[in-house]
Structure formats: structure tokens, C-alpha cells
Design a protein around this ligand. Structure first.
Ligand SMILES: [Fe+2]
Length: 205
């Protein structure tokens, strides 16, 4: 005969069973996920399943790329060198924080659409389209170029996908334009200006 399941936090007619009372934490062995990655749960948000699924898929790609760009900023914040060390050290951290805010907005939009957000570094690495930098240190001009390429991947996709999802899911289109696109366009400008060689203020040889 099957033994009765152990009640956790359950209440009997006479009140709490005294055997249930314990100050010891009870760790639970993972037995499987409650929702598979790529699936969409129906939520009372009046969005059709096909619309929600499309938005979740597009957002997860942009999320993987945004998490990668965020981490690229921290790597460069730590490893930057040269006469403008302090300026870049601060700028890279400012952009890191702004990308971190985007990560949260995108991930939570995926969840509120009924999807599952990509989250862990190893899963992100398998999904991102941004090239993995070497583990070693790179020159600041290379750091800037690498960041600009990553921004371009996201800017291009945010612009394209915002148009695709606008019909049916304007909330996602708004996030992609007002937050993702505008933040990345602004950061692109701030980085790109450092790579302009006007000849006016070139260091003396
Ligand atoms: Fe720091």
C-alpha cells in the first residue's frame, strides 16, 4: 500500500499537526520544469497565442544578445587601459547599468506574455549572435569596435522586430522602440565618437 504523502504546511481539522512543525529548511530535489523553454502559457491578456509566441521568440533572441552586450561592457570596464582609462572605466559601467535595466525589462515582458526568459550564461552563450571575445585583454579601440558591432546586431533586430510585432502586440513594439532601440542608438553614438580621427587632436608622435 502506498504511504500517505507528507503534508507540508497543511492544516488538519484540529489545527496544525505537530509533526509538521519544524525550523529546519527542507530542500526539494529537482524533478523537472513546470514550463518548457519555448512554450507559452495562456494568460488573460487578450493576446492570441500565435501573437504571444512570436513576440516571446523575438524577445528571447534580443534578450540573449542584450545579456551578452551587458557582460561585454563589464569585461571592458574591468580590463580597459590607456590614457583615458578613467573616462572609459566610468562610461562602460554606465552603459552596463543601462543594459542591465534593459535585460530586466525584456525578460519580464517575456514572462508577462506567458513565455520563459533565457537567463543563465551558458544558455545565453548558445543563443546569442554576438561574437565571443577572447578571455584575455584587448586594446580600447578593439573594445569599442567590438561593442559597436554588438550594438548594431541589436539595433538592427529591434528595428526589424518592432515593425513585425506592432500589429497585434504594440506593447512589445513599444519596448523595442522606446527602450531597446533608443538606448542602443544613444550608446552607439557615445562609443562611435571616440573612434573619429579628425586630425585636430591627434596625440603628438
Ligand atoms: Fe566597477
Amino acid at each position: 500500500m502506498k504511504s500517505a504523502p507528507k503534508h507540508r504546511g497543511s492544516h488538519h481539522a484540529s489545527g496544525k499537526n505537530k509533526d509538521d512543525v519544524s525550523a529546519e529548511p527542507e530542500l526539494v530535489t529537482p524533478t523537472g520544469v513546470i514550463q518548457h523553454f519555448g512554450s507559452v502559457a495562456r494568460l488573460p491578456n487578450s493576446l492570441g497565442m500565435a501573437v504571444a509566441k512570436r513576440s516571446v521568440e523575438k524577445l528571447n533572441q534580443i534578450l540573449a544578445d542584450t545579456i551578452t552586450l551587458r557582460d561585454l561592457y563589464k569585461k571592458h570596464h574591468w580590463q580597459v587601459t590607456g590614457p583615458w582609462f578613467y573616462q572609459f572605466h566610468l562610461l562602460f559601467d554606465k552603459h552596463f547599468n543601462e543594459q542591465a535595466a534593459l535585460v530586466d525589462l525584456i525578460a519580464e515582458r517575456i514572462q508577462l506574455l506567458g513565455g520563459v526568459s533565457v537567463a543563465m550564461g551558458a544558455h545565453v552563450a548558445a543563443q546569442t549572435r554576438i561574437e565571443l571575445p577572447p578571455i584575455g585583454r584587448e586594446d580600447v579601440a578593439v573594445q569599442l569596435s567590438r561593442l559597436l558591432k554588438a550594438h548594431e546586431v541589436i539595433v538592427e533586430d529591434a528595428r526589424k522586430q518592432s515593425a513585425h510585432v506592432a500589429d497585434g502586440d504594440p506593447g512589445t513594439a513599444d519596448l523595442l522602440i522606446s527602450n531597446v532601440l533608443r538606448t542602443n542608438e544613444l550608446q552607439t553614438w557615445f562609443l562611435a565618437e571616440h573612434l573619429v580621427h579628425s586630425g585636430f587632436s591627434e596625440p603628438q608622435k
